[in-house]
Design a protein around this ligand. Sequence first.
Ligand SMILES: [Zn+2]
Ligand SMILES: [Zn+2]
Length: 337
Amino acid sequence: MQELIVRDPGHLAWVEVPTPRLTSPRSALVRPIASASCDLDRRLIAGLTPFKPPFALGHECVAEVLEVGADVRSVKRGDLVSVPWKIACGECRQCLAGRATACTTVPRHAAYGVPAGGNWGGLFAEVVQVPFADAMLVTLPPGLNPLAVASASDNLTDAWVAASTPIATRQDARVLVVGGTESLGVLAVQMAVAAGAGSVDYLDDNDYRRDLARRSGANIEPGQVLDERYDVVVSATRDPHALHRGLLALAPGGHCSCIGIIFDDPKIPLFGLYMRGVTLSVGACNVRPHIRKVFDLVGSGRCDPLMVSPTVVSCDEATDALVQPLAKCIVVRERIT
Ligand SMILES: [Zn+2]
Ligand SMILES: [Zn+2]
């Protein structure tokens, strides 16, 4: 079968590899039909992360189920499913405590499309093995457009959790989204609006994303002085200075969700934050428990992820399209079930 790999920095290639087979009664084989680029992917392709090529790329997709092991109960051949980015068993202490990102049954950081905790393949490939089908896969409801939820595996759901969790405990929350990565900031604006924010401001110097954020319901001219104005800040930037500014924009009792990956150690203004009693959440999102809610939001039109994913290409076009400076790109493949 064909697998998409980062061959060397800046270059993608389809390569022939052995087709995966079921490895346990709990596993499933799926065929991605709509795979999206994550905001991390362009950095992975460019060689700007600690993860060095060659490796299989892709950790966001909707797939059709091809085959399931004897113990799999929740999905069957022909079902359309979201495949979460994280490999997790669903049964270890960490998984049962809701921390599937720290699953101890598999190597630490085990995930699709990133060579961090073993090789699990990438979600642009023709066939993917899902080792714990019942614990990982989430079935799409009938009628939901697979393209619109291709990113539910990661970015789209990450944006929902980052925005909605702190908004849920703050009435009429004043929200600032600090944009900067390709899609997460705009998605966070949409999710903040969907979660019932009192107001949403968007900070970014990129005109294209500013326009998307405005169309998503944000005020894009928040002004120069942001300090202590916001109950919730969603930081979707890789720029340490923008993160710093976002943190100081927190009002007393505020919360900052940091979802843009910064690979070095930026300066955190801890003294400036100390007397405000703020909280900061950082890190990989356990998307799986929230994917159904995201399906509801997309299905009911309360968010429009395709606004940031206007580029849809075939597998033949993928190696060129995925290296372009686009927001998000979706690679499609015909169904066979
Ligand atoms: Zn990602
Ligand atoms: Zn586990």
